[in-house]
Design a binder for this molecule. Sequence first.
Ligand code: KMH
Ligand code: ZN
Length: 280
Amino acid sequence: MTTGTLITVAPTGAESAKAEVPALPVTLDELLLTAKECEALGAAVIHVHIRDDDARPTLDQGRLRDTVAALRDSTDLVVQLSSGGAVTDPEADRLAVLDAGPDMASCTMGTVNFGDDVFLNRWEFIVELHTRMQERGIVPEYEIFDLGHLTALQRLLGKYGLPAGGHVHVDFVMGVPGGMPGTTATLVAAQQMLRDLPEGTTFSATGIGRSTIPVLLASLSAGGHLRVGMEDTVTYAKGRPVESNMQLVARAVGFAQLAQRPPLTTAEARGLLGVTAAGR
Ligand code: KMH
Ligand code: ZN
């Protein structure tokens, strides 16, 4: 039985423009304030994309290192850097994200149509990410945008072994135009496929846009964990823009408590995910 709920906040992403979404945290100060407040509310992991001085997505190595260091100074959150970046980011830059020494990094398990774009994740690139993370003690979160990505993960683990920390954790990113839909039926189908992965594999789920709440409720009832944040949704309810990431985390915490699965502490999250100081 799953007891507590792991809550991940994904505060920024690479897709929304600051000009259109003024509440989006894009500077380091904005990110740190968001991180501290979300941690106080019950988030345990932060999934990080950063922006440049013009608020555009960047994988600048110096900024990534400064961000990791500042988050560690100001919070006890598990720091997960995005290796997905933006759809335009080259593979070399995405691999170099690991050089910033995060606790965790995302590892997307296949290519997916992404709105009008393509989010490219070649097999050889996935293998490179996975093995470099193994070598460096960085714990992956396998991002699953479509059901076939779980089959790719089974193949990856079968050929190259378990990730750093020995625990497998996946995140179902549902409702991307081009990926799996954000519905209860799809979440159940994805959960069923976890049977082919190592025993004890855990999952979080997030629904993009209007699938946010259905996916959140489905995940909680299925024993899954939650990812919320302005990377995934900028609308709180019909006609109501999200005011802050804290608003989304507070809502997730409320639902988790109602489900009698209160938020995991950061220490409990480290225990669950197999995060140690090895990646630092
Ligand atoms: N921004 C998307 C193209 C990840 O962070 O690993 C990819 C993404 C996944 O957000
Ligand atoms: Zn991301």
